[in-house]
Design a protein around this ligand. Structure first.
Ligand code: FAD
Ligand code: NAI
Length: 466
């Protein structure tokens, strides 16, 4: 078979790229080594973790918030197998959705591990060991990422686990020790705490959520601590003894010093992810990687070899599904001779804890470091009518605007539904809005996004409700 485009990997980068290319008239096939399409995101990432976050939040609400709203349900009982089935159904539904979209767009799908076998050639090795060679004009590498390993700690998939297993623990651990206060640590730590585990998070740095605005990270830490999550910052796990019934983790100050031992039933290693290029034949093909193992691309997603492109987690940039999707679309458009583009200054990031933490654009520290003068507008949810009505008043909206031009440079939200609210900020920034533009936009009342408008008003020190 000969194609216009072969996409290796069907995560949000790969399948979106394939669909866009087919829309533009290309003959496309995807190659996927997993039994199902959808990649990390649909199978073991975004979708299952969000289903667990939703279900565990409902469980906590039923136990803690329903009674004060006059809803008597008694003490909720956890049926973990049913909760895990709810999560599996979410995965199944989404994965089938991708199957349908590939078929609808007349995209072929070949099961097996793809390897670049030369210019315009992809060799696919099936589960039965048989290989076939496919020919194509262009290749897109969309092979995603894999879990980063922690030196001195071997995972066993049962008691010392990665996110792959932490989305399917068969029993609520009495004590869960999370290594890494990044996105996975906070989201899956929240899930298991809500379901009854005592959660301790050990973080190497002296703050949580590196990369996020400091004030946002500090406030989020306080709120998560109030919920019972214990943080040990500036610390590292150097080993886990699994010889007994209880795991014994050695924890040392990051800067060196005396070690202490923490007991745990399950240890979750969540210290980041690394690009996945194993078995792809990149070196033989001459495709360059950087010193972090990421495929090197130019602004048009072209690698060092003509006709071979790369997108998503396997290249530089934030490891986020929507970033991979947008790159997939842009790469397909570029390959078709059109002007595909991704604006890396406006990629929102959301942590789906309660409350949610969402941000787009620059944080205060980044602006200070770049020497950009800015004004800050802040508005707390304690002063927002809808948040007060819902009795969910934790958090705030913070808008950073250029001191000279008033252009919005960054928006940061801690609060219920922050993940949905950040979309407004992203659109405003994409259109080059000033804080005054947001402030003069009529927002429906009573809604949480009114806090975004008030924060915009606060940039010019004229918030009405605070
Ligand atoms: P992937 O989704 O990793 O897909 C790559 C695919 O390529 C895989 O299916 C793999 O099997 C296949 N593959 C690899 N090598 C080969 C080969 N040689 N031949 C054939 N197939 C191959 N991001 C968000 O934006 N929001 C979230 O809420 C979110 N939650 C997450 C939760 C967890 C627990 C995790 C682990 C990640 C989460 N992410 C989230 C990150 C998100 O999953 C990734 O950024 C996204 O999946 C990257 O997409 P991708 O297409 O680049 O790669
Ligand atoms: P991360 O990069 O978000 O966080 C890893 C954390 O581990 C950092 O705080 C880091 O300082 C810390 N760390 C590193 N080495 C350590 C050590 N030896 N000891 C203690 N702490 C250590 O990575 P995470 O949480 O594993 O997530 C991986 C990727 O998946 C992220 O890039 C993220 O973008 C993506 N993801 C996105 C989600 C979302 O968008 N909601 C949800 C989950 C994952």
């Amino acid at each position: 078979m000969s194609y216009d485009l072969i996409v290796i990997g069907t995560g949000p980068g790969g399948y979106v790229c394939a669909i866009r290319a087919a829309q533009l008239g290309m003959k496309v096939t995807v190659v996927e080594k997993r039994a199902t399409h959808g990649g990390t995101c649909l199978n073991v990432g975004c979708i299952p973790s969000k289903a667990l976050l939703h279900a565990s939040e409902m469980f906590e609400e039923a136990g803690h918030s329903f009674a004060k709203m006059g809803i008597g349900v008694g003490t909720p009982k956890l049926d973990l197998p049913a909760l895990l089935k709810f999560k599996d159904e979410a995965v199944d539904g989404n994965v089938k959705g991708v199957d349908y979209l590939l078929k609808k767009n007349k995209i072929d799908s070949v099961r097996g591990t793809g390897k670049i076998a030369g210019p315009g050639k992809v060799e696919v090795k099936g589960a039965d060991g048989k290989t076939q060679v496919l020919e194509t004009k262009s290749i897109v590498i969309a092979t995603g990422s894999d879990v980063a390993k922690l030196r001195g700690v071997d995972t066993d998939g049962k008691r010392i686990v990665t996110s792959d297993e932490a989305i399917a623990l068969p029993k609520v651990p009495g004590k869960l020790l999370v290594v890494g206060a990044g996105v996975i640590g906070l989201e899956l730590g929240s899930v298991w705490r809500r379901l009854g585990a005592q959660v301790t998070v050990v973080e190497f740095l002296d703050r949580i959520l590196p990369g996020m605005d400091n004030e946002v990270a500090r406030q989020s830490q306080r709120l998560l601590e109030k919920q019972g999550i214990v943080f040990k910052l500036g610390s590292k796990v150097t080993g886990v003894n699994s010889s007994g019934a209880t795991l014994k983790a050695s924890v040392e100050p990051a800067k060196g010093g005396a070690a202490e031992t923490l007991d745990a039933d399950v240890v979750l290693v969540a210290i980041g992810r690394v690009p996945f290029t194993e078995g792809l034949g990149l070196d033989e093909a001459g495709v360059k990687k950087d010193n972090r193992g990421r495929v090197v691309t130019d602004a048009h997603f072209a690698t060092s070899v003509p006709g071979i492109y790369a997108i998503g987690d396997v290249i530089a940039g934030p490891m986020l599904a929507h970033k991979a999707e947008d790159e997939g679309m842009a790469a397909a458009e570029i390959i078709a001779g059109k002007a595909g583009h991704v604006n890396y200054d406006v990629i929102p990031a959301v942590v789906y804890t309660f409350p949610e933490i969402a941000s787009v654009g620059k944080g205060e520290e980044e602006l200070k470091e770049a020497g950009v003068a800015y004004n800050v507008g802040k508005f707390p949810f304690t002063a927002n009518g809808r948040a007060k009505a819902n009795q969910q008043t934790d958090g705030f909206v913070k808008i950073l605007a250029d001191a000279k031009t008033d252009r919005v440079l960054g928006v940061h939200i801690v609060g219920s539904d922050a993940g949905n609210m950040i979309a407004e900020a992203a659109i405003a920034m994409e259109f080059g809005a000033s804080s005054e533009d947001i402030a003069r936009t009529c927002h429906a009342h009573p809604t949480l996004p009114e806090a975004v408008k008030e924060a915009a008003l606060a940039v010019a020190k004229r918030a009405i409700h605070f």
